[in-house]
Design a protein around this ligand. Structure first.
Ligand code: ATP
Ligand code: MG
Length: 746
């Protein structure tokens, strides 16, 4: 999306009242850097002649330029709402100035922007820093994650109200690291003095490495990418000590178990296990990771900065801390190993049409290993992969399947086992940490995938972007509330400008009946339905929609106009990805396992349930999301927006265009636009006087109080529409530029 289009309301608001004169310092658009600065040397009608800092001289329309604040302090400004000029280049410049000095945190009102430093900055996380933030008034110290956690904790304790901290940002932006810092700080505030044994807060903190081992993987965007969303609810007792916690996870990426591309990796636990001590390797019949199909599809096996062997032991140790027994750990890793062996069972064509055989002795070895580890019958496992039972009017008949279908069945089984294992782990963590059901003091921390728009977008992106639409709506509503509260605090009159509501996009996706998810579920019920017919249905249904369109040259793709930009989805695998049936043969096989852990992952009735409700991933996700939104709306929210400064994953570079796009997707620019629609510039009286006393030195002689003096200066300048609050001057868009221009003339 073009930034100028997005900011059109803002630009025209400013342009209307903008006073640019020769000598004004300004920002103008640049193809590469988004914005560059320059100085106006001549005005001709509606155009300004500018010497830009890149050495060029350009002529631009005044309506396309923004005034530049020449008095930004050395370390930038720690709260964006205090910028003299609250506009896109101003925001960006402030963040860049700070980032260059390793100041990664900046507020925009109550929202914390955190830019990934891609390097350890010890002063930000050491215990001494936590001490400093404990109980400090918000805004008094430098912006920090700890300050947000501290405010949440104080509000919870003082007002008895639950709080939530929503951390968002794109992959690799630093959400999980931020979440861990938040949790560490909350454990610091709400921890008990150690009296031997495990404390609840230790268990809460150690749940992170366990979840990361099984749910994180190296991707192109992040070497430790969380492939699931997570909401951790920390419960506190009346004295403010942590008394329990509940972890909810969302949408684990299942396809990764069987399919990866260079230079990505599968889930960490597979590599950790392959680097286990030799007795474990022997017991699980493992070998080098490069000998497993599920791992060797990518050339990346080893990560430079990680020792898989050490991580294996660390994961085991974390599992001990959270209270997962030796036997359960044994079974967990046995299942992980079985998944690797499953991947190596390959097939060739059998003698009959549409039948398959194991490819070779190697395939048989892995079949046996998988069966042994899963403690199920080897022959039954083979049959479950290469045969299919079909219900006919004459009764159940068994048919064989071709190698291709057998491979699909094998991968389906591997994915199902892995996702059941992941769910088990989450439940086990919850059971072990324990829930304080009597607690009404909670702090929820949400670490969930940000808006995604790639070259090819599929079902996962639709679910992810649906989540972000939901969160965006919640965010906008709250930003409005916060703005209004500020105006009330300052006792100024204010009637609101309307804001962009995304309810129409939410309806498009989730409305029942008739929304995309409902139509997808319907399509999944009919075996004959294909992604083509599903897409046709969508085209017909949303023919007149303003936010839905059909790309010209495609018969299966569709485009949605999201709040953060347009995304085109390829519907090719939507139906498969949405279906979540446990194949009867697989369920029966594993339910009959001699290992109670394995049979517990596939309880009887599972297949009945899923078949009966034709369980769909999208609908289940929608329900989960509804529940999450209900939880969130009963809490006082705080927002942390994580930003990835560049795609090289290294510290120094700050890529303007990239950062802008993220500010837009995270709603920060929208929040700023909302402020701009009202009074974008707020200056506390002393700051205002310091900057503008020069405009009316005689007023200062009158020795009035600060408020009256500010008022008199503004009156003298003939400005209209501004407001004077209890402690601040509130200026309309453009008025700051007007005053600055007058200052240059003095
Ligand atoms: P994903 O959506 O892929 O899970 P994410 O937003 O959770 O991404 P993180 O895993 O938190 O991203 O961060 C990516 C990497 O960036 C970390 O592994 C770490 O190297 C670095 N990083 C992030 N935040 C910080 C920080 N505060 N200090 C130092 N390094 C950080
Ligand atoms: Mg993460």
């Amino acid at each position: 999306m073009d930034s100028l289009v997005y900011f059109s309301t803002w630009t025209s608001l400013q342009a209307a009242a903008l006073r640019i004169v020769a000598g004004s310092h300004i920002w103008l658009e640049d193809k590469h850097l988004a914005w560059i600065d320059g100085e106006v040397f001549r005005i001709e009608g509606q155009n300004a002649h500018v010497h830009a800092t890149n050495g060029k001289t350009v002529i631009v329309s005044i309506s396309d330029i923004h005034p530049k604040d020449t008095e930004v302090p050395f370390n930038g400004i720690d709260d964006m709402t205090r910028l003299s000029y609250l506009h896109e280049p101003g925001v960006l410049n402030n963040l860049a100035i700070r980032y260059a000095k390793n100041i990664i945190y900046t507020y925009t009102g109550n929202i914390l922007i955190a830019i990934n430093p891609f390097q350890r900055l010890p002063h930000l996380s050491e215990p001494h820093t936590m001490e400093k933030y404990k109980g400090a008034t918000f805004g008094e110290l430098d912006p920090h994650v700890f300050a947000i956690a501290d405010v949440s904790y104080r509000q919870m304790m003082n007002e008895g109200k639950s709080n939530s901290i929503l951390v968002s940002g794109e992959s690799g932006a630093g959400k999980t690291e931020t979440t861990k810092m938040l949790m560490r700080y909350l454990a610091f505030l709400g921890g008990r003095s150690r009296t031997g044994g495990r404390t609840v807060e230790q268990q809460v903190l150690e749940s992170n490495p366990v979840l990361e081992a099984f749910g994180n993987a190296k991707t192109v965007r992040n070497n430790n990418s969380s492939r699931f969303g997570k909401f951790v609810e920390i419960q506190f007792d009346n004295s403010g000590k942590i008394s329990g916690a509940a972890i909810r996870t969302y949408l684990l990426e299942r396809s990764r178990v069987c399919q990866i591309n260079s230079p990505e990796r599968n889930y960490h636990c597979f590599y950790f296990l392959c680097a286990a001590p030799s007795e474990d390797i022997k017991r699980y019949k493992l070998a080098d990771p490069s000998s497993f199909h599920y791992l060797n599809q990518s050339t990346c096996i080893k990560l430079d900065e990680i020792s898989d062997a050490k991580e294996y032991l660390a994961t085991r140790s974390a599992m001990n801390t959270v209270g997962i027994s030796e036997e359960e750990q044994e079974a967990t890793f046995r299942v992980v190993a079985a998944v690797l062996h499953l991947g190596n069972i390959s097939f060739v064509k059998g003698r009959e049409v549409d039948s398959s055989l194991l490819k070779d002795e190697k395939a048989r070895f892995h079949l046996k290993a998988a069966a042994e580890l899963l403690m199920c019958d080897c022959g039954n496992l083979e049959n479950a992969l290469i045969k299919r039972k079909i219900n006919t009017p004459e009764g159940v008949i068994t048919t064989t399947v071709d190698p291709n279908s057998a491979t699909v069945s094998r991968d389906g089984l591997a994915k199902q086992i892995y996702s059941q294992l992941f769910d088990w782990l989450v439940n086990r963590l919850n059971a072990s940490i324990g829930q304080d059901t009597s607690s009404d003091r909670l702090i929820g921390v949400l670490d969930i995938y940000g808006f995604e728009s790639f070259k090819t977008n599929s079902f996962e992106q639709l679910c992810i972007n649906f989540t972000n639409e939901k969160l965006q709506q919640h965010f906008n509503q709250n930003v409005f509330k916060m703005e209004q509260e500020e105006y009330n605090r300052e006792q100024i009159d204010w009637s609101y400008i309307e804001f962009v509501d995304n309810q129409d996009v939410l309806d498009l996706i989730e409305k029942k009946p008739g929304g995309i998810i409902a139509l997808l579920d319907e399509a999944c019920m009919f075996p004959k339905c294909t992604h083509e017919s599903f897409s046709q249905k969508l085209y017909e249904k949303f023919r007149n929609s303003k936010i839905f369109s059909k790309p010209k040259l495609s018969r299966t793709a569709f485009t949605i106009q999201h709040y953060a930009g347009e995304v085109t989805y390829q519907s090719d695998h939507f139906l498969d990805k949405n279906r979540d049936y446990v194949v009867v043969e697989h369920q029966e096989l594993l339910n009959a396992s001699k290992c109670s852990f394995v049979s517990g992952l596939f309880p009887s009735g599972l297949e009945e349930n899923t078949k009966a409700s034709k369980s769909s991933i999208a609908t289940r996700f929608k329900w989960q999301l509804q529940e999450l939104m209900e939880t969130l709306s009963s809490t006082e929210p705080h927002y942390i927006r994580c930003i990835k400064p560049n795609n090289t994953l290294k510290p120094p570079t700050f890529e303007n265009t990239n950062v802008l796009q993220q500010l837009r997707c995270s709603g920060v620019l929208e929040a700023i636009r909302i402020s701009c629609a009202g009074y974008p510039t707020r200056k506390i009286f002393p700051d205002f006087l310091c900057r503008f006393r020069i405009l009316a030195p005689e007023v200062l002689m009158e020795r009035n109080n600060e408020k009256v003096t500010c008022q008199k200066i503004l009156d003298k300048m003939g400005l209209q529409g501004y407001q004077i609050g209890r402690t601040k001057v509130f200026l309309r868009a453009g008025q700051m530029a007007e005053l600055d221009a007058r200052r240059t003339e003095v």
